[in-house]
Design a protein around this ligand. Structure first.
Ligand SMILES: [Zn+2]
Length: 130
């Protein structure tokens, strides 16, 4: 379950960007070589986000393919699966390139204007005379 470590890294980045605002949706690009299992990642994120501004946020996970180059025949393939054999010759000596990034692509902030019963009265005009 290395998804927990990744989920914590994602949450860190989300909280820095959200600056305390409630987060509704999070979009993450993860390289295929990180081998993230989407259901495990959803679950891990829900757990680490509990009690934070990202609690209950939807996680959109986009898997970025890696570039695989076969050493035997030189064929290049883009693949989201790091374990494939060379489709050309079946060789297993494959160089991989890319596919190991973890990028927080975007977050969606919940609309605060619709929150009922707002009690932020401490933001009143400080210049107003008593
Ligand atoms: Zn090959």
């Amino acid at each position: 379950m290395h998804e927990f470590g990744i989920a914590e890294a994602v949450l860190d980045a989300v909280e820095r960007r959200a600056k305390g605002r409630p987060v509704r949706r999070v979009r993450v690009r993860a390289g295929a070589l990180l081998r993230i299992a989407t259901p495990a990642m959803d679950q891990a994120f829900a757990v680490v986000a509990e009690g934070t501004t990202a609690e209950g946020a939807t996680l959109d996970l986009v898997i970025e393919p890696a570039r695989l180059t076969c050493r035997a025949c030189g064929r290049t393939t883009m693949s989201a699966d790091p374990l494939v054999l060379c489709p050309g010759c079946g060789g297993t000596e494959i160089d991989t390139e890319g596919g190991d990034r973890l990028v927080l692509e975007s977050i969606q902030i919940a609309e605060e204007s619709h929150v009922p019963g707002h009690s932020g009265r401490d933001r009143g005009d400080p210049a107003r005379p008593q």
